[in-house]
Design a binder for this molecule. Structure first.
Ligand SMILES: Nc1ncnc2c1ncn2[C@@H]1O[C@H](COP(=O)(O)OP(=O)(O)OP(=O)(O)O)[C@@H](O)[C@H]1O
Ligand SMILES: [Mg+2]
Length: 287
């Protein structure tokens, strides 16, 4: 039932309709308890897209990379995004991460309509709420692990000492406490990706967007990386991870598949694989 309060907050949140997810979100935000068959707190919506579209124009040709994407992702969900090459996965990640703007449609990120935000506000969100991890690591080659990880903190206005302390803390979290002075070319692929993950989480963002983070890694190292994502997820964060590999996607709790710029399937994963499961098949194989 829609209450007067919900109507009141409609404008505040720039909602065009009362999709159930948004209503859930509002109830959660204002600590309502929804009377359903079971009394429970409902999860907060963190990503909500309506008819999201992205068209690239290449000379006279148009590429419809995303045709119509309606998705809702709640806080602390762990989602794998799959689909064939060219299906629009990276395009969607770039939109969700506010690195690019949609051609049409609406994107509500953490209760804010993204198209309403000024560039400065967007940059702020990117820097504090979202952490990116890419397939190719994107580390600065002349900088040490410590310096690479500390870099995003410069914009957060911390002193150098504070930045170094925080960088050390996250590098230790990803198991690289003994590689802080190494430069990227003095690290293995898995270690580089762990530096990239440390850099992504150093600002304590609530959303981690990872585009094929294990694409360049061997299977054993990939599983180690998955255990770090698992830990980040256990800390209450939301994770969206693009992967081509079904074995990697099985670590996520929900699997969304894209095809030709549309959501083809969106399913709950009933057979979640835990990276630290002693019976994990890849850890088995490596012994
Ligand atoms: N900057 C761009 N300009 C023009 N077309 C683009 C651009 N970026 C992507 N495309 C096109 O949009 C479509 C979707 O690309 P996208 O990179 O999102 O695919 P993807 O699912 O991430 O593929 P992959 O698995 O190969 O990484 C493709 O047909 C691609 O050629
Ligand atoms: Mg891609």
């Amino acid at each position: 039932m829609i209450t007067k309060d919900l109507l009141l907050y409609r404008n505040l949140y720039h909602l065009n309709d009362y999709s159930f997810d948004i209503i859930e979100n509002l109830y959660f935000s204002y600590n309502y308890i929804v009377p359903s068959n079971k009394y429970k707190f409902l999860k907060k919506s963190i990503i909500h897209t309506t008819a999201l579209q992205k068209t690239y124009v290449m000379g006279t040709e148009e590429v419809h990379a995303l045709k119509h994407i309606d998705i809702n992702i709640n806080q602390n969900e762990y989602v794998a995004l799959m689909g064939p090459s060219g299906s629009g996965k990276s395009t969607l990640m770039n939109l969700l991460g506010c690195l690019d703007t949609p051609t049409a449609g609406e994107y509500i990120l953490n209760n804010q309509k993204v198209s309403d935000l000024e560039d400065k506000a967007l940059a702020g969100i990117r820097n504090t709420e979202i952490g990116f991890v890419f397939q190719t690591f994107n580390l600065l080659p002349r900088m040490t692990s410590m310096e690479n990880v500390a870099l995003p903190l410069v914009y957060a206005g911390m002193s150098k000492l504070q930045r170094m302390e925080r960088a050390q803390e996250v590098l230790e979290m990803v198991g690289l406490g003994d590689r802080m002075d190494h430069k990227p070319n003095e690290l293995s692929g898995g270690q580089r990706q762990r530096v990239a993950i440390a850099r992504a989480i150093v600002n304590n963002p609530s959303i981690i967007l990872a585009d094929e983070p294990t694409g360049n890694l061997d299977t054993k190292t990939s599983v180690e990386i998955m255990s770090i994502f698992e830990e980040i997820h256990n800390n209450g964060n939301t994770i969206i991870l693009v992967t081509h590999e079904p074995d990697i996607a099985e670590h996520a709790h929900r699997i969304i598949s894209l095809r030709d710029g549309l959501v083809e399937t969106d399913i709950k994963n009933d057979k979640i694989i835990k990276a630290n499961d002693p019976n994990h098949r890849y850890l088995d194989q490596s012994n």
